[in-house]
Design a protein around this ligand. Sequence first.
Ligand SMILES: [Zn+2]
Length: 500
Amino acid sequence: MRFVALLIVSGLIFTVAARAEPTSEADLLRHIEILASDAFEGRKPGTAGENKTVNYIASQWSAAGLQAAGEQGSWYTPVALAERTPESYRIFVIDNNRGNTVRLPQDEIILRGRDASFRQLNMPLVLAGYADGGSGGADVPVAGKLVFLPRNPPEDETGLPDYRDRKLQLIRNGAVGVITIIEDEGLWPRYFRAFQRGATALADPENHAGLEGAISYDQFRKLLRPSGRDAERLLLESGGFAAIALGMTADAVVETSVRDYVSHNVIGKIPGSDPQSGALLFLGHWDHFGICRSEDPDDPERDRICNGAVDNASGISLLIETARRLVADRPERDIYFLATTAEEKGLLGARAFVQAPPVALDNFVAVFNADTVALSDKRKQIAVVGLGETILDGDIEIVAAQEGREIDRSGKADAYLRRQDGYVFLERDIPAYMITSAFADEDRLTAFINGPYHDVSDEVNDSLLLAGAAADADFHVALGRYFGSTATYPGKATSGGADN
Ligand SMILES: [Zn+2]
């Protein structure tokens, strides 16, 4: 609620908005208690818990005075997801020079298909390097081939395209399958089990190869040995090439359980008085892990729900209160509010948003992600995840100084840069930050990560600390005012000094 005073001066009526009252811990707690209650069943995408969650967020934003900005005038934008779990797979490799066939052992390679049934013979094998997936020069084309793709570049190679981009490029160039080489042998058992459990991805078929998989480094080495090739040397040299032929082909038969389902992002906005001046975006993920423990016949009462009170009912709560406070401002720029789905499955809701944003993506002058905020009772320090990544650092410093907040310069929170929804925007050169007191409170953050994080014990209890979160909500209001106005933030400077 804001107090609005009417002043009548010389016959003119001015509306003077007094400074908003600060966010209260009680308001934040109320939303967290509802979103993290057992009735919401841990907010897993595609469940009854999702329906309750997205309805609650939409109704709160509606009551706050936001306009719906999802698909066809609704609050929601569907996000099509596909969960793929390996069922059975067989793969044989034929050495073309020797004419011998080897069946690769089931525990050294794991495969799943994009579709329920995959069956293909005589796929030529190639090894992709770390270079961009173009196939100019001596690089062999990958279309119609099965590609081995090393996951991690050698340590001395920096600035190479990252794994995700290299893989997508191979798929776009027509690779029939991509098998990731897990070079770190210590990681293989964990990687194998995770793959076995299945994975959820955006159901955009153009971004999936017909066959995906992973192979242990040990097995990859064995595969090359008869041809006299040295895997280690090849991988070290592979910075310079996109793909080389291995002189082998493969036959594979793969059965996969594929579950297609639909989840939703929630989108609302405060319409700006001058939408031409650009837009702002506040976001946070609404999803969590749902009913995450199996039933125990010996302990029928055991807690099975990952409620996600801190992760991320707290961030959504902050966004509801921030929206309430910014609505009365009549900002110049449009201010969008986005609650994403499937962050826990790999930032999928945020990825779906950037693929089909409600306005062109480069209209967004700044993006602020709220995740895991209810961990600190300190109102002064803030961590700015994304510092040093974009042109807005100086502006963030201005807002911090205005609000009497002190930016943590330890750089410790940088470790979370790629693990939060804001990163999806940074990848597309949209300035994005995650600003929170929680990540500046190292002891409390460490205790959370080593304790209740992604566990049934991330629930509403005395360990929720909301003083920092309330101050963070006020800080987000200040960010909304600063970046919502061309008087304080004129917009992107373009090179050459020309206005855009
Ligand atoms: Zn999480």
